[in-house]
Design a binder for this molecule. Structure first.
Ligand code: KDG
Ligand code: MG
Length: 402
C-alpha cells in the first residue's frame, strides 16, 4: 500500500493543533497529532519541508522501518520538534494499518488488558473553597482519580488554575503572559489544601497534584513529605528533569509516588530515572515521545522496574493524540492512569471521535483505526492564531520555571 500524499493541517478551533494526514493508493487515510504547544509552526515546517517529501511512494505498512528511517535518517536525533513530527507519521501509519485490517488499533498491539481506562480529571479553583467545590463536582461526575490545583494565598496566579472562572487552558493568544511565582507560600498552603480535601471527602479516591517543575530538590522533598498523610497517587514534576540526580534527594525523604515525563521526547530521557527506581509513573505521551512505536518501548522498559504509565493528556494534545493514547492505555500491561482534560466543544467538532467517558473510565471505541478523524472543511474555518505558554518570574523579577 503506497503513500500517495501527506498534508499538514494547522488549525485553531479554540486552541492550535497540528495534524498530519497521510493518504494511500488504496483510498485509506490515517491521521496523527503533531501539536507542540507554543511552537506549533516549527513542527509543521519540519513535517512539510523535510518529512512529507520522504513519505511519498513509500509502503504505508512499514511502520517500524519508517520510524527508524525518520529517527536515524535525520542524523540530528531526538528533541520535541523531531519527535512530535515522527510521532505524527507513526500514529497516522498505525491508524492506516488498523483500518486496513478492519480492526481497532488496540487489537494490533495485543488486545485489551482491561475493560476501561481509568482517567484523572482536573479539579481547580481560585482558592481552597472553590477547589473543594470542584473536587465535589468531579466526584459526582464519577471520576475515581482527581488532580487538585488551587490558587495560593498571597499569589495572583498558580499553575492549573483558570482565570475569570473560565476553562483552564495553559496557552494564551498573543505574546507570553508573565506571572509572579513564590515557592514559600505554595509550600505552606499545599498540605492545608490536601488535608481539607481528605477531611471533606475521605480517602477512597485517588488524589494527584502537579508541582509543574517549580521546586528545588530539597523543597520537593519537603512538599512530598508534607503530603504523605493524604496518600497521594502521585506528585508530578516536583523538579525540572534536566538534573536527574535531584530525584535521589526526593526519594531519600519521602514515600509519596513521583510522576514525570510530559516533556520527555524519548526513552533516553527517562532511562536512568526508571533503571534507578527514582520514579513511579512515566508521563511520556504518544505525540511528544515518538508515537505508539516508541511509547511502547518506553512502557516495556518501565515495566521491568515497576514503573507504570500515566500519559499526559492536557488539551494541547489534540483529540487525535487522545484517541491513540486510549488504544495504547487499554493494551499496555503496566498501565497506571490517563490524564483527561476534556477538549472544548469546538475542538471536538473538528475532530470527530469514537472514544467516550463513563463513570471515571474511558474507552477508545471499536471502529477500525484509532477512531479519530479530522473535518478538514471545518478546520479551515479556524486558522492558526499565535499563542504561547506563560513565563514565570520571582518577586524580584528573576525568571524561573513556569
Ligand atoms: O503545554 C503544556 C501543558 O500541557 C502542561 O502545562 C500541562 O502540566 C500539564 C499537565 O500535567 O497536564
Ligand atoms: Mg504536568
Amino acid at each position: 500500500m503506497k503513500i500517495v500524499d501527506a498534508k499538514v493541517i494547522v488549525c485553531c478551533p479554540g486552541r492550535n493543533f497540528v495534524t498530519l494526514k497521510i493518504l494511500t493508493d488504496q483510498g485509506l487515510h490515517g491521521i496523527g497529532d503533531a501539536t507542540l504547544n507554543g511552537r506549533e509552526l516549527a513542527v509543521a515546517s519540519y513535517l512539510e519541508d523535510h518529512v512529507v517529501p520522504c513519505l511519498i511512494g513509500r509502503d504505508a505498512h512499514q511502520i517500524e522501518d519508517m520510524w527508524q528511517y525518520l529517527y536515524r535518517g535525520a542524523y540530528w536525533r531526538r528533541g520535541p520538534v523531531t519527535m512530535a513530527a515522527i510521532a505524527a507519521v507513526d500514529t497516522a501509519l498505525w491508524d492506516i494499518k488498523a483500518k486496513a485490517a478492519g480492526l481497532p488499533l488496540y487489537q494490533l498491539l495485543g488486545g485489551k488488558s482491561r475493560t476501561g481506562v481509568m482517567v484523572y480529571c482536573h479539579a481547580n479553583g481560585r482558592d481552597l473553597e472553590e477547589t473543594l467545590d470542584s473536587v465535589a463536582r468531579h466526584r459526582e461526575m464519577g471520576y475515581k482519580a482527581i488532580r487538585a490545583q488551587s490558587g495560593i494565598p498571597g499569589l495572583d496566579a498558580a499553575y492549573g488554575v483558570p482565570k475569570g472562572g473560565k476553562f483552564y487552558e495553559p496557552a494564551t493568544k498573543g505574546l507570553p503572559e508573565e506571572y509572579v511565582w513564590a515557592t514559600e507560600p505554595y509550600l505552606e498552603f499545599a498540605p492545608k489544601l490536601f488535608e481539607a480535601i481528605r477531611v471533606r471527602f475521605g480517602m477512597d479516591f485517588h488524589l494527584l497534584h502537579d508541582a509543574h517543575h517549580r521546586l528545588t530538590p530539597i523543597e520537593a522533598a519537603r512538599l512530598c513529605k508534607s503530603l504523605e498523610p493524604y496518600r497521594l497517587f502521585w506528585v508530578e514534576d516536583p523538579v525540572p528533569a534536566e538534573n536527574q540526580d535531584a530525584f535521589r534527594i526526593i526519594r531519600q525523604h519521602t514515600v509519596t509516588p513521583i510522576a514525570i515525563g510530559e516533556v520527555f521526547s524519548s526513552i533516553w530521557d527517562c532511562k536512568e530515572l526508571i533503571e534507578n527506581h527514582l520514579i513511579d509513573y512515566i508521563r511520556a505521551s504518544v505525540v511528544h515521545a515518538g508515537g505508539i512505536t516508541h511509547l511502547r518501548r518506553i512502557a516495556d522498559l518501565a515495566s521491568l522496574y515497576h514503573v507504570k504509565t500515566g500519559c499526559h493528556g492536557a488539551t494541547d494534545l489534540s483529540p487525535v493524540c487522545m484517541g491513540a493514547a486510549l488504544h495504547f492505555d487499554i493494551w499496555v500491561p503496566n498501565f497506571g492512569v490517563q490524564e483527561h482534560m476534556p477538549h472544548l466543544e469546538v475542538s471536538e467538532s473538528v475532530f470527530p471521535h469514537a472514544y467516550s467517558f463513563e463513570n471515571g473510565y474511558m474507552t477508545p471505541g471499536d471502529v477500525p483505526g484509532h477512531g479519530v478523524d479530522i473535518d478538514e472543511a471545518l478546520a479551515a474555518k479556524y486558522p492558526y492564531e499565535r499563542a504561547y505558554l506563560p513565563v514565570n518570574r520571582k518577586r524580584d523579577g528573576t525568571l524561573c520555571d513556569w
